[in-house]
Write a protein that binds this ligand. Structure first.
Ligand code: TMP
Length: 217
């Protein structure tokens, strides 16, 4: 496939504010005249959204860990083939709320599957395709979980795990940043939402050198 467009992913633990920030980033890029496709994982295409339902409606421990990895991988393949790659081919910019780094953290570390098998399956479905830019919305675990509790969000199996579990995920994300410094940027997500948006917009503008577009728009 060609990649005429750009692929940006947002990652982070629970309560980082990703769903608000992906929308704000999409609005910003659209204001510069960019064709934007906003999507998410698990999901982002009809088949992948059906797998999301299968995945979310069952409690922790229902799926065998390897089965869970296969479900997430199957959903990602559908998302790539039906949504992400066609959009990039026509020159759109794709912003995804979570992508493969979530699996490298939640399944490889959280479910103890290890990075080897996670990377193996990823290569089977995507070869060496990776986001151009990944924004890690980073914040202390207690702050993120506090936000989830405040908005009554206890419906997801991973949100119900202990604080140590979430700390492991945060450490896993920060390790990925060190290993992939070229495509990762860390955003401090502990501040208020408007400040996080400003930080994201500035980071994206600098990364893709979009300032001249501001002048033109
Ligand atoms: P969300 O809270 O961002 O909507 O994501 C739903 C849950 O899906 C979240 O707990 C993380 C989990 N997840 C994985 O475990 N592995 C994955 O590969 C992805 C994309 C999400």
């Amino acid at each position: 496939m060609t990649d005429a467009g750009k692929f940006i992913t947002l990652e982070g633990g629970e309560g980082a504010g990703k769903s608000t920030q992906v929308k704000a980033l999409a609005t910003h890029l659209q204001s510069l005249g960019i064709d934007v496709v906003l999507t998410r994982e698990i999901g982002g295409s009809p088949g992948a959204e059906a797998i999301r339902q299968l995945w979310l409606e069952k409690g922790h421990g229902y799926w065998d860990a390897l089965t869970e990895l296969l479900l997430v991988t199957a959903a990602r393949r559908e998302h790539l083939v039906k949504t992400i790659w066609p959009a990039l081919e026509r020159g759109a910019w794709v912003i995804s709320d979570r992508f493969a780094d979530s699996t490298r953290v939640y399944q490889a570390i959280g479910l103890n599957l290890g990075i080897g098998i996670v990377d193996h399956f990823y290569e089977q479905i995507a070869e060496d395709f990776e986001p151009h830019l990944t924004l890690l919305l980073d914040l202390p675990v207690e702050v993120g979980l506090g936000r989830m509790t405040a908005r009554g969000g206890q419906d997801d199996r991973y949100q119900q795990q202990k604080i140590e579990f979430h700390q492991q995920l945060r450490d896993g994300y920060l390790a990925l940043v060190n290993e992939n410094a070229g495509r990762f940027r860390v955003i401090d997500a502990s501040t208020d939402s408007a400040a996080v948006t400003t930080s994201i917009v500035n980071t994206v503008d600098a990364f893709f050198d979009l300032r001249q577009r501001h002048a033109a728009s």
